[in-house]
Design a protein around this ligand. Structure first.
Ligand code: ADP
Ligand code: GLC
Length: 484
């Protein structure tokens, strides 16, 4: 089976969030399971491609593609995805991809990613490689299904190619003014675009993918249901409900070669189920590194997150001050995102210097150390398609406090004080009282070492390895190939 996998970020080359982890892992695990998979992604100024085998593809140099009257030049480089034999192809176009960040608010953002869509198709043409499936991810590659049905319809190479669009986050649409349609070369196909959007003078990349992909998937079963409702559909619920027969939920896996306390090279002291006592050394180490006092019995709450509304920072802001007054604990937050949230955490740290630490920015090593060192992991998302950090936390015995939504609902089992079963603390409604209740429940349970140990063990025994999850993708691919 030949699969072209298109993604705007692929770990370990580029990463802003979970899409990168999932793209890297799927590239690797699908390859290991016999799929001839070729991954295509942009070469950003930020891409980490220092690996020894990174080199130009000789027959893919100095090429161009025209958008309306604009001709854009590119070359293609390749490298093997570490730990696999899967090739990754990087599209080098400095004019589009050498910017201050991977994603921008620049006026030509639509072009940066429409380019990824068209060049991916053209790379397959130059390779004379007919993919059975093109697997697209999020809005940045959601135009491929439409392009295959329009601009590239003439090419017999794609006669049997099916498309799958995975929705990692329906909150990000790639929504642009309608005039971009001309620049994207789609003027003649205007009637194929969503009528509602065109009347509003808009063009929506993700919705276009939702309409034209042969199959849709998202990253948890609960989120697959949620996005068909107004609360979670971000205006796309009707279209998603209409296509529900073609929409499946597959919960993300974890690459345990990266996220496993027994082998993690980023943390101070490796530990596992049988050596759980060593976890405390990671806490001491982390607090010491951040110049915070270490109190053996005081719980440490950790958070690693993009700081955006989705992640529930507003709720944290409502409850944290009061909680700090009523309970003794420390809090370490690693994240970057909206300025208002960064300002909030800086303020909280300034008011509680020995108890709160905020690290603004992206730091992979610190993310691992927080997973290993913290006792409780905070993730009170407003919505969460899947979420990876709560699953990493389970493996590190760092008990998640989450809201019952999307992938959080599918991966964390609510702790029941009576039966002592469960792997985390789960609240249902998105409000401050819910979060306060869950955090109180977690902090009170932490004070009972035996109960806490039991939850830790239950959490660490959970298995979300890709070996298992990848089988769901394989059967989805099989189903897609058999579809009319
Ligand atoms: P999302 O993709 O919505 O950001 P996920 O939980 O699926 O959420 O994935 C987030 C990934 O990004 C995790 O691997 C997490 O460790 C990582 N991450 C998020 N913020 C940071 C940061 N500031 N520094 C390092 N890693 C981060
Ligand atoms: C998105 C979602 C997150 C998910 C990730 C990978 O960024 O916000 O919940 O885990 O994609 O699928």
């Amino acid at each position: 089976m030949k699969v072209g996998f298109i993604s705007s970020e692929v770990y370990p080359f580029t990463k802003t969030g979970g899409l990168a982890d999932v793209s890297g892992a799927l590239g690797k695990y699908l390859g290991e399971n016999g799929v001839d998979i070729r991954v295509i992604t942009p070469l950003y100024a930020q891409s980490n491609v220092r690996s020894a085998d990174f080199h130009p593809v000789d027959f893919l140099q100095g090429l161009s593609v025209s958008f309306n009257h604009r001709k854009l030049y590119y070359s293609v480089y390749t490298a093997i995805l570490p730990g696999s034999s899967t090739p990754v192809y990087f599209i080098d176009c400095p004019e589009l991809y050498h910017r201050d960040s991977i994603y921008t608010n620049h006026e030509d953002e639509y072009l940066r990613f429409a380019f990824l869509n068209r060049v991916s198709i053209e790379i397959f043409q130059y390779m004379n490689w007919a993919p059975d499936i093109i697997h697209c991810n999020d809005w940045q590659s959601a135009l491929i299904p439409l392009y295959l049905k329009t601009l590239y319809k003439w090419d017999k190479l794609f006669k049997n190619t099916r498309t799958l669009l995975t929705l990692h986050n329906v909150g990000y649409h790639g929504n642009f003014p309608l005039h971009v349609v001309h620049e994207l070369g789609l003027t003649d196909f205007m009637p194929l675009l969503d009528d509602f959007d065109t009347r509003q003078g808009r063009f929506n990349f993700l919705k276009t993918g939702v309409i034209y992909a042969d199959m849709l998937s998202t990253v948890s079963k609960t989120y697959a249901r949620e996005i068909q409702t107004p609360e979670y559909g971000h205006g796309m619920e009707a279209m998603l409900a209409y296509r529900s027969q073609r929409l499946v939920g597959i919960v993300n896996g974890v690459d345990y070669t990266e996220w496993n306390p027994e082998t993690d090279r980023e943390i101070c002291k490796n530990y596992g189920l049988k050596t759980l006592n060593l976890k405390a050394e990671n806490k001491a180490c982390l607090l010491n590194e951040l110049k915070m006092p270490y109190h053996f019995q005081q719980p440490l709450i950790g958070m690693v997150s993009r700081l955006v509304e989705q992640k529930g920072v507003d709720l944290i802001a409502e409850v944290m001050e009061g909680l700090l007054e009523d309970f003794s604990f420390q809090l370490i937050v690693l994240g970057s995102g909206e300025e208002r949230y960064e300002r909030y955490f800086y303020g909280l740290q300034a008011r509680n210097p020995e108890r709160v630490f905020f690290y603004s920015g992206y730091n992979n090593t610190l993310a691992h150390r927080i997973e290993a060192g913290a006792d409780i992991f905070l993730m009170p998302s407003k919505y969460e398609p899947c979420g990876l950090n709560q699953i990493y936390s389970l493996k590190y015995g760092t008990i998640p406090v989450v809201r019952k939504t999307g992938g959080l609902a599918d991966t964390v089992k609510a702790y029941d004080w009576q039966t002592q079963q469960g792997t985390g603390f789960v609240f249902e409604h998105y409000n401050a009282a819910g979060l306060r209740w869950a955090l109180e429940h977690a902090l009170n349970t932490y004070a009972h070492p035996e109960a806490w140990m039991k939850i830790r063990i239950q959490a660490m025994k959970e298995d979300f390895s890709w070996d298992r999850q990848v089988r769901e993708y394989l059967s989805l691919y099989q189903k897609l190939l058999k579809m009319d």
